[in-house]
Design a protein around this ligand. Sequence first.
Ligand SMILES: Cc1cc2nc3c(=O)[nH]c(=O)nc-3n(C[C@H](O)[C@H](O)[C@H](O)COP(=O)(O)OP(=O)(O)OC[C@H]3O[C@@H](n4cnc5c(N)ncnc54)[C@H](O)[C@@H]3O)c2cc1C
Length: 446
Amino acid sequence: MAEALPRGAKYVVVGAGVHGLSTSWHLAMELEATGRGSGADVVLLDKSGPGAGATGIACGCVRNLYMTEALHPILRHSVDVWMHDPVAFGFQQVGYISCGEANQAEDYERMVASQARAGYPSDLYVGKEGKDFLKAIWPDFNTDSIDVVLHEKVSGYAGTLQAVAGLAEKCRQHGVRIFSGVSVTGYRRANGTVSHVETDHGAIACDVVVLGLGAWTPQHWQWLDLPMNLDVGYRDGTSVAGKDMWTYWRLLEGEVYTDQPYVTSNGINPPIVHVELMNTPVHDERTGREIQDNTYVYWKNGNERMDRPGIQGGTMPIRIGPDAKVEPYGHANDLYQADDWFADYITAAMGMLMDRFKGHRGNFRERRNGGIGAFTPDNVPIADFIRDNVYMIADSNHGFKMTGLGKLVAQFLVRGEKSVDLAPFTLDRYARGEAFGSGTTNCPWI
Ligand SMILES: Cc1cc2nc3c(=O)[nH]c(=O)nc-3n(C[C@H](O)[C@H](O)[C@H](O)COP(=O)(O)OP(=O)(O)OC[C@H]3O[C@@H](n4cnc5c(N)ncnc54)[C@H](O)[C@@H]3O)c2cc1C
């Protein structure tokens, strides 16, 4: 830490992941634009450095494939943020194509209509039209089980390391002071207000604290004396008493080398593919053993992170529970690395879906690839004040798709103008019976 930690700052942002970085940059721009201050009023702290958490190891996929319609406008804001400077952020606006079986047709129709209302252009293809659409892009796509196809035109992916570097650079250009290697150890409070953020390098007086803490959110939540269980009322009238406030899941993602560059029939970088076939099992390519009775995979070009051509993809995360060992984080943690079956599964599913990937089990990139996240009670982000002057962005692992939250939060904190798009993500939705999904949902991304 070259510069001494200041004794006070108007805004202290804790955590330099995608949300801390995006919020800090937007706070600086809002302060400048309104004449109410500048980036020098924003101090961003990270105990390690930018991208040390989930942000630095994610796939970076940005898609709007959610049944939770309130998320659709947030995606529009997020794409606006990425497209502000796609080169700096390594954002590839290749589109996102999700494929399903006939039983998902109604859900897809609802999503397309809602995405259109949110100003997020997408097309729906049904039956033969969908198969033809896929074959035009990937002639070797096995479309037998696919009945519906959703094409989100403005989705894509951010190069994760580039996104971190780009966002940190934006912060610096606007005068935000980023302090790496400064660990927050607690919050000094008078009634509901935090007067100082306490760190291992001394305390910082602050007007407003913003938390963007990913998997570390529950720890800081506890330090702020907030309840670890709560009663959750859902929009469908169901409720669950004493639900865990935070549940950890581990993400399953990995990389597969390809013999040829992964491109479309026109030789360009393909859209991200997402295939969810609940009635189509995946079998081990070598033994024929059924690995899983359904198909749930997504992948994209992985070139920006790989030493030779390949793809990066994943499947459904796995629930851990209310307790997890967060440290050491990510690839360094022995407990949460992807299991062996994951390599069998993703390569077999890819081979089942595209001829070019048949026999690719040996091309799975054997390396550490684990990472965990803390999810909210309804698996939808919370963006709200959790103490009088402490604002939390807990993204429930929606990640790069939620970068727009930082923009909206900064507008709110500086101008006092709360976007209607932020309204559904308040903490009190659980008590008001406005939680998303239902008490029986067990899917982490709804
Ligand atoms: C393997 C994996 C793959 C993923 N793939 C995707 C994907 O394809 N698309 C997508 O949109 N999302 C993806 N995600 C989710 C996404 O990465 C996260 O939701 C997002 O990065 C969380 O960002 P964040 O800013 O909230 O937290 P983080 O990126 O985790 O940042 C939190 C920061 O807080 C710092 N910190 C913690 N405690 C302290 C303290 N006491 N003092 C100071 N600093 C502290 C940490 O060092 C860390 O840098 C993936 C996640 C994982 C794990």
